[in-house]
Design a protein around this ligand. Sequence first.
Ligand SMILES: Nc1ncnc2c1ncn2[C@@H]1O[C@H](COP(=O)(O)OP(=O)(O)OP(=O)(O)O)[C@@H](O)[C@H]1O
Ligand SMILES: Nc1ncnc2c1ncn2[C@@H]1O[C@H](COP(=O)(O)OP(=O)(O)OP(=O)(O)O)[C@@H](O)[C@H]1O
Ligand SMILES: [Mg+2]
Ligand SMILES: [Mg+2]
Lengths: 255, 255
Amino acid sequence: MEIITIANQKGGVGKTTTAVNLATAISAVGKRVLLVDLDPQGNASTGVGLFREDRKYGSYEMILGHVSPEDTIVPTSVPNLDLIPATQHLSGAELELVGMQEREYKLKKAFQSFSYQYDYVFLDCPPSLGLLTVNAFVASQHLLVPLQCEYYALEGLSQLIQTHQLVKANLNKNLKLHGIVLTMFDKRSGLNVSVVNDVKKHFGGLVYDTVVPRNIKVSEAPSYGKPVILYNFKSPGSQSYILLAREFLIRMEGL
Amino acid sequence: MEIITIANQKGGVGKTTTAVNLATAISAVGKRVLLVDLDPQGNASTGVGLFREDRKYGSYEMILGHVSPEDTIVPTSVPNLDLIPATQHLSGAELELVGMQEREYKLKKAFQSFSYQYDYVFLDCPPSLGLLTVNAFVASQHLLVPLQCEYYALEGLSQLIQTHQLVKANLNKNLKLHGIVLTMFDKRSGLNVSVVNDVKKHFGGLVYDTVVPRNIKVSEAPSYGKPVILYNFKSPGSQSYILLAREFLIRMEGL
Ligand SMILES: Nc1ncnc2c1ncn2[C@@H]1O[C@H](COP(=O)(O)OP(=O)(O)OP(=O)(O)O)[C@@H](O)[C@H]1O
Ligand SMILES: Nc1ncnc2c1ncn2[C@@H]1O[C@H](COP(=O)(O)OP(=O)(O)OP(=O)(O)O)[C@@H](O)[C@H]1O
Ligand SMILES: [Mg+2]
Ligand SMILES: [Mg+2]
């Protein structure tokens, strides 16, 4: 069971959109996939069609040990894709965790008691490097970083890389920086083009070849509670997430 | 001295861009303005041209009481606009604050000892409802909410309004929801249009008439360390931030 954290403390860079659509595209080729919503905003849960009123237990209850992980899992409308949703209480989780023993290992411990087997587990993180994101870093083997092709987003990358190194040195020596995915790319923007070139020059093979274009259909899909791949398969957004999933599996399994 | 918090826990909705450009446009009509960067990412500091290596003391040192507020203030290249930057240590501030007495009042106390007088102080917040944002809520009289015209951003609004009400009831009875500013509007997107209509219907007069359009020049400006108003005055982005500043002063001072 490979656990992948999707994180970037910069806000609005496409973490949730990447988590939802990568998970969907990979489950579509027959892999058993679990999506875990660690963001109190609960966007990933909405993105796969589970609205607030339908969420009973979720990542909060699992991390705090109130229920077993199995009791938090719900099926989604996507075959082979299950979800651990974000419930209301998650917004208070970080304050609760601070005073606890082994507060960074709570999610890892919850996964260790897991009896289900998935091929891939994706953890969608909030836009911060607080205890929820650190728990994700500690529980996973891979870190995938969505990066908007904008100046402010580039600025935050060094802080994220530093945090990865700190966690790897002190809390989880297995955590690998798996890759960087460039998102919301607009080829008409000179800035976007130069950010893409800078990042590829600086991070080389870590940067995915697949660059996700800005595409209105992607931002419309959540209002229908569907991943864009199901909402509008032919759109450039969907097609690029399908390519991304192919590239992900090649990088993971060396197909 | 009016203190305005610019907050929204949804990431990437234009908090920093609004803080930087509103502060710049208002200082341009002769008001004395202070911009405070409470986001560990430090984007607002970069947005007015203060790069990481030039930052000595900042909002962290002020909140924790290590230095006096006056020692953290730096002038910017914009006349009448001063800055309290975000320094490196701010990323650890929330964990440090948790165990302290009156942890929500630290920023308010720092402002109370202020000897300088500004007409307006703008607080740029990180994308979360943690202790830095709560400190901003407690220290200010007004809350201005930038809102991206997208579905996920709309979803988070109720949580933000709830937090405002909690703070108003328990920590700062003066905190007023000043207004909502719609950002990154693309008139070709049916979703953007329907979000604008929904928000205006639901929040009425709280919603600013000025809607900020999506405009490539706005996202290019930070790479030059300049507010878009100074980077490219004639651009639609700049012009709308100038209109926004006019509307802000009318709402504040009833011009
Ligand atoms: N390729 C794309 N084209 C157009 N819009 C997109 C694209 N990817 C994401 N979006 C939209 O941009 C906004 C930000 O994306 P998303 O919410 O996935 O980012 P995030 O990093 O998860 O945000 P947060 O930091 O708040 O968790 C959303 O409204 C989303 O629908
Ligand atoms: N009107 C606009 N047109 C085009 N791009 C914009 C506009 N406003 C903001 N941007 C760009 O969108 C990105 C997000 O904006 P910004 O960083 O101001 O949001 P934020 O809410 O402060 O993000 P965070 O949640 O990370 O603090 C930035 O790269 C910014 O340059
Ligand atoms: Mg998200
Ligand atoms: Mg910001």
